[in-house]
Design a protein around this ligand. Sequence first.
Ligand SMILES: [Zn+2]
Length: 188
Amino acid sequence: MAEECVRDRFLIKPRKHYSPKDNTRYVIPSKVIRDTEKVLAEYARIKPANEGLVYWGGIEGGNIITVRAVIAPQTESDFGMVSTSHRSNFDFVRTLSKYNLVQVAQVHSHPSNWVDHSLGDDTLAAFKTEGLLSIVVPEYCDRGMLPLTTCGIHRYTRWVFIRLSKKYINSHFVIRNDLSSYLEDFRK
Ligand SMILES: [Zn+2]
């Protein structure tokens, strides 16, 4: 989520992809995908295109995490970077509380098909809690974010973001058409 998103592609070696042995299931309403794509596409339409950022909130029940809300914070964005303020992070936390949700993921777009985490993505992430997902969407979301394996899905695990394997994503993430979700947009 910083300028490094562009530069690091050529500097840091590709991340290892992990297939953790767990039975966590992530349930994502298709509306969450559509709302996320819509917001990221709006950043892409800025000239020149900007990286975009949204947060996902959800509920945890046993080993099942269900996404219930897309929250678009106020950001500073540009080519190759997007960041949030303390104020917008406060609005985000307040919204989670309003709906009784926990933070599930941060989702941001990259200019190219490079969807690893940059050094900035690792160090400047506003939130780092165990199990938090960080999803990087390629090509400014021009082609959407499906299948999810086109994205880089990272999980904060023991103080570092690890990148999840396609095998893990295919077996642990499910998209459902029959679930509702909220969209809260703080950019206005
Ligand atoms: Zn990034």
